[in-house]
Write a protein that binds this ligand. Structure first.
Ligand code: PEP
Ligand code: MN
Length: 253
């Protein structure tokens, strides 16, 4: 899954969609409703962004994943998106999770930045218990004392979640790293520990991006990463065979 942090314009989105599709992506990401840390930052194009995403799907055949921040937007966004993204800041928004139980679309559930894995699984259970078992779990880095990266990628989350749950698990190396130079190597690590997919930010001109430019890959770097990942994806572990001892996420500190 790849694409810009935020949908900014038709040109930006369609160029990115064509490029990531040609490089092997299956899903186009792009935020139309953005949860920004500052109220003065770009908040997204809203419904115009959703329309551009649907145009990009038509043009490339890519499925669309986009974030939903409020239960009030679930119906509207489900009309445009193939996968509904729950952001890190919303993992514990239970009214949103309950509404997503009835949305008729798979949900990509991001780990809260200070959430344990058992808490992530509990949020997944809220969606499932509300009627929707189609959930993809996403490790996107957690907040720790370390400041060298934007977040700390908890790489062990992948084998732990794969062992205790049957849900697909993906990794977002972009929000974990915060800088684009680290994205390909974190993506490699994710592939090797058995992640089922990646969520990666890509932008035609990252230094001019309205959102998360520092961690967004320009086209050439995304293409190079996709090429490099092929051999690592081939050596992913089989989790059915990797259950010697039952692991209970969050059982002990
Ligand atoms: C995003 O995917 O652009 C995003 C806002 O991610 P997160 O919720 O992980 O910060
Ligand atoms: Mn982003």
């Amino acid at each position: 899954m790849a694409g810009p942090c935020a949908v900014e314009s038709e040109r930006q989105l369609l160029q990115t969609a064509e490029t990531v599709a040609a490089a092997g992506a299956r899903v186009l990401r792009g935020g139309a409703y953005k949860p920004r840390s500052s109220p003065y930052a770009f908040q997204g194009l809203g419904i115009e962004g959703l329309k551009l995403l649907s145009k990009a799907r038509k043009q490339t055949g890519l499925a669309i994943v986009t974030e939903v921040m409020s239960e009030e937007d679930v119906g509207l966004i489900a009309e445009y998106a193939d996968i509904m993204q729950v952001g890190t800041r919303s993992m514990e928004n239970y009214s949103l999770l309950e509404a997503l139980g009835q949305c008729g679309r798979p949900v990509l559930l991001k780990r809260g930045m200070t959430a344990r894995l058992d808490e992530l699984l509990r949020s997944a259970q809220v969606i499932a218990a509300s009627g929707n078992p189609e959930i993809i779990l996403c490790e996107r880095g957690i907040r720790t004392f370390e400041t060298a990266t934007r977040n700390t990628l908890d790489i062990a989350a992948v084998p732990v979640l794969k062992t205790v749950s049957r849900l697909p698990v993906i990794v977002d190396p972009s929000h974990a790293a915060g800088v684009r130079s680290l994205v390909p190597v974190l993506a490699r690590a994710a592939a090797v520990v058995g992640a089922d997919g990646l969520l990666v930010e890509v932008h035609p001109d990252p230094d001019k991006a309205l959102c998360d430019g520092a961690q967004s890959l320009p086209f050439e770097q995304f293409e190079a990463m996709m090429h490099d990942l092929r051999r690592y994806a081939a050596i992913s572990p089989a989790f059915e065979d990797a259950r010697p001892q039952p692991v209970t996420a969050g059982g002990a500190n």
